[in-house]
Design a protein around this ligand. Structure first.
Ligand SMILES: Cc1cc2nc3c(=O)[nH]c(=O)nc-3n(C[C@H](O)[C@H](O)[C@H](O)COP(=O)(O)O)c2cc1C
Length: 400
């Protein structure tokens, strides 16, 4: 029988992908606590369905940074997609185009910025790992020249992380799977200044940390909107607002970097409260069902991204597999939207959620105060400026 949900795709993919590559894709860091918690906390949020409404006609479309998409599920940036299918990111990009959604291309992709742009029929984001000033500038310029719609800077990998399972398997990513943007061909044929030697001593593109103070420099390189991926706290979210970024992906990298953190969904409400409408918020880490999508949207995300399920779809059936994964999520979201009494994704609010006690309040007192302030602002009882300055003083931001 064909897969009917994403877990069917997962088990089928597992039987075809070689063991060590599978462990690399599916694994989490250290004890995998954040990885497991991503799912268990999403599962512990329950829905309060609403009935006796006319929900026969439904519209799942939305906009992301002004780009129309058919439904609020996007492709997360993920490296090395030819590990599981020879077409890699080319297949994923075509599938995203068919599904009417955004494809994000990783800095560490097998296929290059330009190859992907050539086959795209929908909007593209370029995910950036900072590679030093010259090389970052080069990547950003190439993405802009190739028609990408946003730069998505991943910030939650300040130094390289290793997964113990990969150490045990003595697993090294095959270099050809993550150097698409740094190939010798690109470096010598075009105007690019990219240095293929950048990988030396790193194995992957280097994780050179940026600081908040360097964001104005990054923004000055491009007219494209800047999205920051990997934010998990009200403090960092407020600083993102201060630096005028356009979007935030609340993400714990699918539990692949630092372990022993909250799940990604637990951190979404504090980021939403701190940002309070000044930037678009997206969510990833653990999305496997349409009901997960509606939960994230109800907590304030404008859209979600999927990571591992891309690999499952690719491994099972290349482009058609990713299309099917996206189609399943579309249908599941459509169904749960109707059962919650909505006809459009704009109507979703947190009244449809029954939250577990862990998420009912934040243990950090000032996060509760910020939520209270956001509530006052939404009721028109305090101005935006009052909200911003009270939040900054609660978080000590003005001193940073
Ligand atoms: C194999 C693999 C490679 C990834 N590579 C990148 C990457 O290059 N850049 C990045 O920002 N995130 C990367 N991610 C993280 C995803 O963008 C995303 O945050 C995560 O997969 C979401 O969780 P999920 O897999 O549970 O959907 C990768 C994830 C996987 C599984």
């Amino acid at each position: 029988m064909d897969p009917i949900n994403l877990y069917d795709f997962e088990s089928r993919a597992k039987s075809t992908v070689p063991h060590n590559a599978w462990s690399y894709i599916s694994g989490g860091s250290q004890d995998g606590l954040a990885l497991k918690r991503n799912r268990s906390m999403l599962e512990s949020i329950l829905l309060r369905p609403r009935f006796l409404r006319d929900v026969r006609k439904r519209n799942l479309s939305t906009t992301i940074l002004g780009e129309a998409i058919r439904f609020p599920v996007m492709i997360a940036p993920a490296s090395s997609q030819t590990l599981v299918h020879p077409d890699g990111e080319i297949a994923t990009t075509k599938a995203a185009g068919t599904a009417g959604t955004i494809m994000s291309l990783s800095t560490s992709s097998t296929k290059s910025i330009e190859e992907v742009a050539n086959v795209a029929s929908g909007p593209l984001w370029f995910q950036l790992f900072h590679c030093g000033r010259e090389q970052t500038e080069d990547l950003v310029r190439r993405a802009e020249d190739s028609g990408y719609k946003a730069i998505c800077l991943t910030v939650d990998t300040p130094i390289p992380s290793h997964k113990e399972v990969d150490v045990r398997n003595n697993w090294k990513l095959p270099p050809e799977t993550y150097r698409g943007n740094f190939s010798h061909k690109i470096a010598t044929n075009g105007p690019s200044r990219l240095d293929p030697g950048i990988f030396e001593g790193h194995g992957k593109p280097p994780t050179i940390p940026l600081t908040f103070e360097q964001l104005p420099w990054l923004k000055s390189l491009t007219r494209l909107p800047l999205v920051i991926k990997g934010i998990r706290t009200a403090e960092d979210a407020a600083l993102c607002v201060k630096y005028d970024i356009d979007g935030i992906v609340v993400s714990n990298h699918g539990g692949r970097q630092i372990d022993c953190t909250l799940s990604s969904i637990e951190t979404l409400p504090e980021v939403v409260a701190a940002v309070n409408g000044k930037a678009e918020i997206y969510f990833d880490s653990g999305i496997r069902r349409g009901s997960d999508v509606i939960k994230a949207l109800a907590l304030g995300a404008r859209g979600v991204l999927i990571g591992r399920p891309i690999f499952w779809g690719l491994a099972v059936n290349g482009q058609a597999g990713v299309e099917k994964v996206l189609d399943i999520l579309y249908r599941e979201l459509d169904l749960v939207l109707a059962y919650c009494g909505f006809t459009s994704v704009d109507q979703i609010d947190d009244a449809i959620l029954h939250l577990p006690v862990e998420m009912e309040y934040s243990r950090i007192p000032y996060v509760e105060e910020i939520r209270g302030l956001a509530d006052l602002h939404s009721k028109g009882l305090i101005s935006r400026n009052e909200f911003d300055s009270k939040r900054e003083s609660l978080l000590g931001i003005e001193k940073q």
